[in-house]
Design a protein around this ligand. Structure first.
Ligand SMILES: Nc1ncnc2c1ncn2[C@@H]1O[C@H](COP(=O)(O)OP(=O)(O)OP(=O)(O)O)[C@@H](O)[C@H]1O
Ligand SMILES: [Mg+2]
Length: 386
């Protein structure tokens, strides 16, 4: 095994989007070069990569060729070719998260079966082959409105999720193909806990965050850390996330999205075995960022302190509605004039409505103050096109 940080030690990342870019920025602090595989070097990680290989992380040959000379391979997106990762592992490449976990997680149906098998709490569900089978189950009275339909493999950013409330939705909104139905859970809050593990078995969790959704885009709007919950719920959320990563046996990060019900029960919504949107604030507000922690996890280094430096609110900077084309940042100076605002742009050359173009983390002495300033960020900054 080559020594970490020795000149020929190579870490490869499948996916070159914004998560890859921020992973690369964290690695740069250690002068650890990262190599990326994705369709185009014009993607966010292209600008900071040691080397960027153009190819598809979904393609067996591309992943195999990319991984052959790497010591460690990790991901910034779970929809990668796992057969190639299995082959690479057999050739001696260290792969984190391990391909079996990736196979479970990238299929929401298998993910739900995993929770059931291991008695990890999540919403009651049933698997269906296609939308016709869903309609039949409703006709037979086996499922009643409202319920949630999720595509098993196609979803991200809320695109593979439909809430079916009535007969009309059943006609117009059902998603095609293999799916699962889930009971519609009444939500007191949506929470997320990002937890990390290394090969030595060390586990560390970041403070629980509270996710506030924009109902139009079905994307997280504000992400509040620490979550405004009782300490016993915080402790239970962290415990559940730790149990989750231990059960999956993953090295690196696992982001655990949770539902908090009105009677204070925690249910796992879904997990992601990589850096996550709900952990972006850690770059500015915690002792260790989620990106550095992921590197520590996959390289079997001691995990960093997850302690918070101060309260924060993260706001996703989405492409403004009505604009598509070359990216233009309107109101940048007004926004930078606000106290405690840390801007992160991903460098996407074109914008479109609700596309994640960057994020702002607002640091303040209290959550109330951070929320107030985050709203000003949203008012002042608009991502449009030329
Ligand atoms: N069973 C449920 N009951 C109530 N609301 C739900 C349920 N499942 C999902 N939702 C709502 O839909 C949102 C998106 O669901 P989910 O996280 O499964 O999809 P996703 O496409 O993977 O989303 P993302 O990529 O944004 O995390 C949830 O955050 C929640 O607001
Ligand atoms: Mg989700």
């Amino acid at each position: 095994m080559k020594e970490i940080l020795s000149p020929d030690f190579k870490v490869g990342i499948l996916g070159g989007g914004q998560l890859g870019k921020m992973l690369g920025l964290a690695a740069a602090n250690w002068h650890l070069p990262l190599y990326f595989l994705d369709d185009s070097r014009s993607f966010p990680a292209g600008g900071i990569a040691e080397a960027f290989v153009e190819g598809s992380f979904k393609n067996y040959e591309d992943v195999l060729a990319f991984g052959a000379d790497k010591d460690v391979i990790s991901i910034e997106i779970e929809h990668v070719n796992t057969e190639a990762l299995v082959t690479l592992q057999a050739q001696g490449v260290t792969v984190h998260p391990h391909p079996e976990a990736l196979n479970l997680i990238k299929d929401k149906g298998l993910q739900k079966l995993f929770y059931q098998k291991h008695h990890l709490p999540s919403a009651p569900f049933e698997l269906f082959e296609n939308e016709a089978a869903v309609r039949q189950a409703v006709q037979e009275g086996k499922w009643t409105f409202p319920f949630v339909q999720k595509s098993r493999t196609a979803g991200y950013d809320g695109k593979g999720v439909a809430i079916i409330r009535n007969e009309q939705d059943l006609v117009e909104k059902l998603l095609p193909g293999s799916c699962l139905l889930e009971e519609c859970i009444e939500l007191q809050k949506e929470l997320a806990v990002i937890v990390a593990r290394n090969a030595a078995g060390e586990i560390a969790a970041f403070p629980t965050v509270e996710m506030d959704f924009n109902p139009d885009a079905n994307l997280v709007e504000f992400l509040i850390c620490p979550a405004r919950i009782d300490p016993d719920i915080e402790a239970a959320a962290v415990e559940l996330a730790k149990r989750c990563i231990e059960t999956f046996g993953i090295c690196g990060l696992l982001a655990v999205e949770l539902f908090l019900t009105p009677d204070n029960q925690l249910l796992i919504n879904e997990v992601a075995p990589r850096p996550h949107n709900s952990g972006h604030h850690t770059i500015d507000s915690c002792y260790t960022s989620q990106f550095e922690q992921h590197l520590r996890g996959i390289l079997n280094l001691p995990l960093g302190s997850t302690a918070m430096k101060c309260p924060s609110v993260m706001v996703n900077l989405l492409g403004a509605d009505g604009y598509s084309g070359p990216t233009r940042y309107v109101g940048l100076e007004d926004c930078l004039a606000l106290p405690g605002v840390k801007l992160h742009f991903y460098g996407k050359s074109t914008t479109k409505p609700f596309r994640k173009m960057g994020h702002a983390t607002v640091l303040a002495e209290s959550i109330e103050e951070a929320v107030r300033i985050a709203k000003l960020v949203q008012e002042r900054l608009s991502i449009q096109s030329f």
